[in-house]
Design a protein around this ligand. Sequence first.
Ligand SMILES: NC(=O)c1ccc[n+]([C@@H]2O[C@H](COP(=O)([O-])OP(=O)(O)OC[C@H]3O[C@@H](n4cnc5c(N)ncnc54)[C@H](OP(=O)(O)O)[C@@H]3O)[C@@H](O)[C@H]2O)c1
Length: 288
Amino acid sequence: MKKNLVKPNDHYRKVMVITGANRGIGFEVARTLAKEDISLVLACRNLVEGEKAKEKIEKESGNSQIKVIKLDLSSFSSIRDFCKKFDQSYQRLDVLINNAGIFTMDKGLTQDGLELTMGVNYFGPFLLTNLLLPFLEKSEEGRIVNVISGAYKRGKFNLENIRERNKTGFRAYSASKFALAVFTLTLSRKLKSKGMRVCVNAVSPGHVNSGMWDFNKWYAPIIRFFGKRSMIDVEQGAEPILFLAISEKAKEINGKYFNREKEEEIMFVSTEDQEILWGKSSKIVGLD
Ligand SMILES: NC(=O)c1ccc[n+]([C@@H]2O[C@H](COP(=O)([O-])OP(=O)(O)OC[C@H]3O[C@@H](n4cnc5c(N)ncnc54)[C@H](OP(=O)(O)O)[C@@H]3O)[C@@H](O)[C@H]2O)c1
C-alpha cells in the first residue's frame, strides 16, 4: 500500500522537487523552501551528499518533511527509478524545479550514449518533467521552473542531429540551455492548449559564485579569480527561482523567461521547429 506522506485533502502542504539540491543554488533554494510548510524532495545523484544536505536543512528549519531520492540525470533508467520512488510516497507534485546542471570542458557521454552536457542539462530534465506531469496535473496550481542561463541566447544545435557529440564547454552548455528554453516554450503551449493549470517558466539565476566554475582546466582558477569579483552569492542566485516557484505574484506567469528579476519573452522559435525538437527528443528519451 502507498505510504501517504501527502494526505488526499491536504491542499496546504505543497510538494516540491528540486534537482541538484545537495549544493550550490539548488541547496540554497531547498534551504529557503524548507522554512515554509512544504514537503521537499531533494533529487540528488549522490545519496550521501543528499543526506548531508537534508540533515543540515532539517536542523536549521525544523522541517521533518524532507526526503532524498537518488536521481542521475545522465541516466534514463535512474530518472525512471526516481519517478517510481516518487510515486511510492507522493500522490501529487506542486512544483518541479529543474535546477541541476553542468558546465564541463570534458568530452563525455551519458549512460545512454548522448553528449554529456546536452544529456544532463536537457534530455534528462525533458524526460523527468514528462514523467512527472501526471503528478503535476493533480496540483491545484502546478509550476515547473527550468533553470537556464543567459547563455541560451547564443545556443545552437542542429535539428537534424541533436545527438551531435563533438561539443564541449560553452558551445555545449549554451546549446543545452537553448534546448531547455525551447522545451519551456513548447510545454507551456501544449499544457495551455489542454487546459492544464501547470505553469512552465525558465530563469537565469545570474552569474553566481558556485561550484559550477570549478571545472578541471588550467585556466579555471583565472576565470574564478577575475569572475568572482562580479559574481553574486548563491542566496541571491536562488531568489528569482524562488520567485517563480512560490510567489503569489508569479502564479499566472507562464511560458516566460526571467533574466533574474526581469521578465522577457523566450527567443522566438517557430511552432514547427518546436514540434521537431519535441518529437526527436521524445524518441531519444523513449517516450511515446
Ligand atoms: N553558477 C552560475 O553562474 C550559473 C549561471 C547560470 C545558470 N546556472 C545554472 O544554475 C543551475 C545550478 O547551478 P550551480 O551554480 O548551483 O552549480 P553547482 O554548484 O555546480 O551545482 C550543480 C548541481 O547539479 C547536480 N548535478 C550535476 N550533474 C548531475 C546529474 N548527472 N544528475 C543529477 N544532478 C546533477 C550537482 O550534483 P553533484 O554534487 O553530485 O555534482 C549539483 O547538485 C545549473 O543548471 C546551472 O547551469 C548557474
